[in-house]
Design a binder for this molecule. Structure first.
Ligand SMILES: Cc1cc2nc3c(=O)[nH]c(=O)nc-3n(C[C@H](O)[C@H](O)[C@H](O)COP(=O)(O)OP(=O)(O)OC[C@H]3O[C@@H](n4cnc5c(N)ncnc54)[C@H](O)[C@@H]3O)c2cc1C
Length: 422
């Protein structure tokens, strides 16, 4: 049955989330620093009670299966919920589904031993600790095949050496999920790396420098060096050479939720545009009455609806088969569209607010920069567009002759062949 309506029993939950995020969570964006600084006394004072309310309502960590305390909601419902969470920087952490912890939890749930689940997964799910996913290296992130940080076996331990780059929230994290080379000579290059749980306090982990990104409250993206860091053999997640397979566990749903949160940010920019253009006058009329302004409103509204439908269709497809590989064209299309949408609508918002739009009092410059962030993290836009194109062209057959199969002469000949005798 084709329908754009929500389940009647789910809609009240969405409405509750919407009001709760707008009225109670959004104000935190103006009061607190990093969302991952969970030991900050102000975080404890302001965020913990909100998290308790979410738990009470039964909406905590809904991306998880029921066996881990989640609702086992499908991707469509999760997408709709993330559209609400994304209205505030603190939305995801108040609802127990912030990156990279949500994805890291999925990996641990999938590959961790019972003991690792006890030590790392359960406190992570309770937001008693936070974590870091560390894959990128200084010489390049878009091509994991040039990574060199490595681990070598030594008795019942692995010894890790090398550098990692842009490890977000490394300083707040209790542990890293770290991707390193374990078999540099493996014939299949995608079998050269393995994934490890690395507790943050192990000797030999050096933070060379934290890098800041415009608009973020802290410098939180670490350039790390691992100097003979020893981890027990059981800290390997999956088997040797499984790093790419393990990494995939976190990416499908994660990209979709991120897209809905980005849509929410672009929607906020749009709402701000709308308020501004009906509030400001120039040359004797409201900005909203200028046709060139109206074009920006119309374009933005259409782009938001188009993107939302693309995400929801992809979420729906995931719910039908739950096979991320089969729908990777759709997921990559979502990932590749997300930065442009946020960039274009935030830029229009900045522009339409005039000089005020450029100031630190408005969020637009930060959101424009954020559009570049979402175009880089989890793979640059170009790489995702290549996936879309390859998948689209995968089963297309070349024309048999000199001219296209749809050449008018040939189409007419075939039409005659079909109907002349009848
Ligand atoms: C805010 C932020 C947070 C991040 N957090 C983390 C984290 O927690 N953990 C982690 O491991 N990494 C993290 N990253 C790193 C992110 O995954 C990398 O930035 C990304 O993979 C690109 O790698 P790079 O920055 O080295 O760029 P490069 O690989 O040098 O690419 C630079 C540019 O080259 C172009 N390009 C690259 N490849 C292709 C291609 N195949 N075809 C055409 N053009 C191409 C693109 O324009 C690309 O933007 C984060 C990045 C940002 C911006």
């Amino acid at each position: 049955m084709w329908s754009f309506e929500n389940d009647p029993e789910f809609q009240p939950e969405l409405d509750w989330i919407d009001t709760f995020v707008r009225e109670r969570v959004q104000p935190l964006d103006y009061l607190l620093g990093s969302q991952w600084n969970i030991h900050d006394p102000e975080f404890i004072r302001l965020v913990r009670p909100l998290q308790a309310e979410v738990k009470e309502r039964g909406l905590w960590a809904c991306h998880l299966g029921p066996e881990l305390g989640g609702k086992g909601y499908g991707q469509l419902k999760l997408a709709l919920m993330n559209e609400k969470f994304g209205m505030s920087r603190f939305g995801p952490i108040v609802f127990g589904c912030q990156a990279p912890d949500s994805g890291n939890a999925e990996i641990l749930a999938h590959y961790g031993t019972d003991e690792q689940k006890e030590t790392f997964l359960h406190p992570l799910l309770a937001n008693e600790i936070v974590s870091c996913f560390s894959m990128t290296e200084p010489q390049g992130g878009a091509d994991p095949l040039i990574f060199t940080a490595h681990a070598e076996p030594d008795g019942d331990e692995w010894v890790i050496n090398g550098e990692k780059w842009f490890a977000s929230e490394a300083d707040h994290a209790a542990f890293f999920i770290l991707m390193v080379v374990t078999d540099p000579d493996a014939e299949n290059p995608y079998r050269r790396m393995s994934m490890f749980i690395v507790p943050r306090d192990l000797p030999g982990i050096e933070n060379i420098k934290n890098y800041g990104v415009y608009g973020e409250p802290d410098e939180s993206h670490a350039h790390l060096r691992f100097n003979n860091v020893r981890v027990p053999a059981e800290n390997m997640l999956g088997g040797p050479g499984d790093a790419f397979v393990v990494a995939q566990v976190r990416l499908g749903g994660g990209r979709m939720h991120h897209a809905m949160r980005t849509l929410a940010q672009a929607t906020r920019a749009f709402e701000m545009i709308c308020e501004r253009v009906v509030s400001r006058e120039t040359k004797g009329e409201q900005l909203s009455q200028k046709q060139l302004v109206q074009e920006k409103i119309a374009d933005s509204w259409v782009e938001l609806r188009q993107f939302r439908l693309l995400i929801l269709e992809t979420a729906w497809l995931a719910d039908q088969g739950n096979d991320w590989k089969a729908i990777r064209k759709n997921v990559s299309a979502v990932k590749a569209t997300m930065p442009k949408l946020l960039h274009d609508i935030s830029s229009r918002a900045l522009h339409l607010h005039g000089s005020l739009g450029l100031t630190h009092e408005m969020p637009f410059a930060e959101w424009v920069i954020h559009s570049f962030h979402v175009g880089l993290a989890d793979g640059p836009t170009e790489v995702h567009k290549v996936v879309v194109a390859k998948e689209v062209l995968r089963d297309i057959k070349p024309a048999e002759g000199m001219f296209p199969s749809y050449h008018k002469v040939e189409m007419t000949r075939r039409a005659h062949e079909l109907y002349d005798a009848s």
